[in-house]
Design a protein around this ligand. Structure first.
Ligand code: ADP
Length: 398
C-alpha cells in the first residue's frame, strides 16, 4: 500500500480570519476511512463558537456587502486560482478524509474551482427586472440576506462547500459554515486560501463540530438570515423546523432513490460502464446514485449477468491508491449499509447476486464490496430505501 502515513495534526476553526480552538477547549477526531486511523484532531465547536462566528460575519458583511459586485467577483476569481494552484494538495486531503479515489477527489476539487470561478464571473452580471406600470415603473432590487449559514455533508465536502458558499459570497453575504464532522479538512483549507486570496476576515467562517452541537447551534441561531443544508432527511426536517421558528428561508438538498430505466431495446453491454459508475461512484454515497435499475423483463437476466460480471472486476481499496471504489466514509456509515444488506438478505424478495459485505483481504477501514440484489418483490425495502453505499437493486418490470 502506497498510502502516505497521515500525521496527527490539529485542525483549528477559521473564525473572523483567525485560527481558533473551540471555546470549550474540546476536540473530536476525523479518521482515515481506509485504515480507521486518526487523521487529525479537530476543534469541537459549540454554541459559543457559532455565536462568535455569526457576530464576526455580521460585522464583516457590512463592508463586504457594500463592495461593488465586481470587487467581490475578483476575490472569488482569486480564490478559484488558489484552488487550482493547490489542486493536488486538496485532492489528497479530500481522499484521506472522505476515502474516495484520487481520480474522484480530483474532479471534486475541479468542480470547487469552477464554482468559485463561475460565481466570480457572474457576480456583476446578474439580471434585474424593470417593469413599466401605469404611470411609472417597478423594479427588483437584489440585496444580500446578510449572514448565511451552511451545513454541509461528508460525501462531496469541497464541492458542496463551494456550491453553497460561492453564490452566497458573490451577492454580498457573509457565511458561517458547519462542515460534516467526518470530513472537515478541505473546508478549513479553502477558508484559509480565501483569506490569502483577499477575502476580508469574518466574511467566511468555518465552525467545526458535531451535528447536534455545532450544526444545531447554527440552525437555532437567530442571527442567521438564510440557511442552506445538504444531508439526510431526518436532519433536514430538524433544520427546517429550526428555520421556521426563526422565520428565515431555508434551502434543503436531501436524499433519493434514483432509478435507471432500461427498455427492452437497449444495448446492455454498451450501458454497463454507465450503470456501474452511476451506483459505484463515491462508493454509492451520492444522493442521486442510480441505486436501482428498473429493467424490461425480456433483458432482465442479461442485465443481471452483465453487471455481476462487471462488478467482479471492480477493484476496491484505499482511495489514495486510486482504486475503482474506496471505503465508506465512516464506521457509522459502514454499519448502516451492512444493516440494510443484512435486512435484505433476511427479508426475502431479493436475491444477493454479488458482494454483500466486507471484501476479502480488506480487514481494516470501512470497505464494502460492490453488491447487487436481483429483486423479485419490488416492495422489498432494499429496492426502495436509500442505502448510500455500493448496493444496486435490479427490478424487472413487464
Ligand atoms: P449523516 O447522518 O449521514 O451524517 P446528516 O444529515 O446528519 O447525515 O449530516 C449532514 C450535516 O448535518 C453534517 O454537517 C452534520 O454534522 C449536520 N447535522 C447533524 N445533525 C444535526 C442537527 N441536529 N442539527 C444541525 N445539523 C446537524
Amino acid at each position: 500500500m502506497t498510502q502516505a502515513s497521515p500525521t496527527l495534526e490539529t485542525a483549528l476553526m477559521v473564525i473572523d480570519g483567525e485560527d481558533v480552538a473551540a471555546a470549550g477547549g474540546d476536540w473530536f477526531e476525523t479518521r482515515d476511512p481506509a485504515s480507521g486511523r486518526v487523521l487529525a484532531r479537530v476543534a469541537r465547536g459549540g454554541a459559543e463558537d457559532v455565536d462568535t462566528a455569526v457576530r464576526a460575519a455580521r460585522a464583516a458583511q457590512l463592508h463586504w456587502g457594500a463592495l461593488t459586485a465586481r470587487e467581490r467577483g475578483l476575490v472569488l476569481l482569486a480564490l478559484a486560482d488558489a484552488i487550482a494552484a493547490h489542486a493536488e494538495e486538496l485532492t489528497h486531503l479530500e481522499t484521506l478524509d472522505v476515502g474516495k479515489p484520487l481520480r474522484e477527489a480530483r474532479i471534486d476539487v475541479g468542480h470547487a474551482e469552477r464554482l468559485f470561478r463561475f460565481y466570480g464571473e457572474i457576480a456583476d452580471k446578474l439580471p434585474t427586472d424593470k417593469l413599466t406600470v401605469d404611470g411609472g415603473f417597478a423594479f427588483t432590487d437584489r440585496i444580500p440576506h446578510g449572514v448565511t449559514g451552511h451545513i454541509t455533508p461528508w460525501n462531496y465536502p469541497i464541492q458542496l462547500f463551494a456550491r453553497t458558499v460561492a453564490p452566497a459570497l458573490a451577492v454580498g453575504n457573509a457565511c458561517v459554515v458547519k462542515p460534516a464532522e467526518d470530513t472537515p479538512l478541505t473546508s478549513l483549507r479553502v477558508a484559509r486560501l480565501a483569506l490569502e486570496a483577499g477575502l476580508p476576515p469574518g466574511v467566511l467562517n468555518v465552525v467545526t463540530g458535531l451535528g447536534a452541537e455545532a450544526g444545531g447551534a447554527l440552525a437555532d441561531h437567530p442571527g442567521v438570515d438564510h440557511l442552506s443544508f445538504t444531508g439526510s432527511r431526518a436532519t433536514g426536517e430538524r433544520v427546517m423546523i429550526a428555520s421556521a421558528r426563526q422565520m428565515r428561508p431555508v434551502m434543503l438538498e436531501l436524499g433519493g432513490k434514483s432509478p435507471s430505466i432500461l427498455l427492452g431495446d437497449v444495448d446492455v453491454a454498451e450501458l454497463v460502464p454507465t450503470l456501474r459508475s452511476a451506483v459505484l461512484w463515491n462508493a454509492g454515497q451520492t444522493c442521486d446514485a442510480q441505486s436501482r435499475i428498473l429493467v424490461d423483463r425480456t433483458i432482465h437476466s442479461d442485465v443481471v449477468d452483465a453487471l455481476a460480471a462487471d462488478f467482479a472486476q471492480v477493484t476496491v481499496g484505499p482511495g489514495i491508491d486510486d482504486h475503482d471504489v474506496g471505503p465508506l466514509v465512516s464506521e457509522l456509515q459502514h454499519g448502516r449499509v451492512s444493516t440494510h444488506v443484512a435486512a435484505a438478505r433476511r427479508a426475502g424478495g431479493a436475491r444477493l447476486v454479488v458482494g454483500g459485505g466486507r471484501p476479502q483481504g480488506l480487514d481494516d477501514g470501512w470497505f464494502f464490496a460492490p453488491t447487487i440484489f436481483d429483486v423479485s418483490d419490488p416492495s422489498t425495502p432494499i429496492a426502495n430505501e436509500e442505502v448510500f453505499g455500493p448496493v444496486l437493486s435490479i427490478v424487472p418490470f413487464h
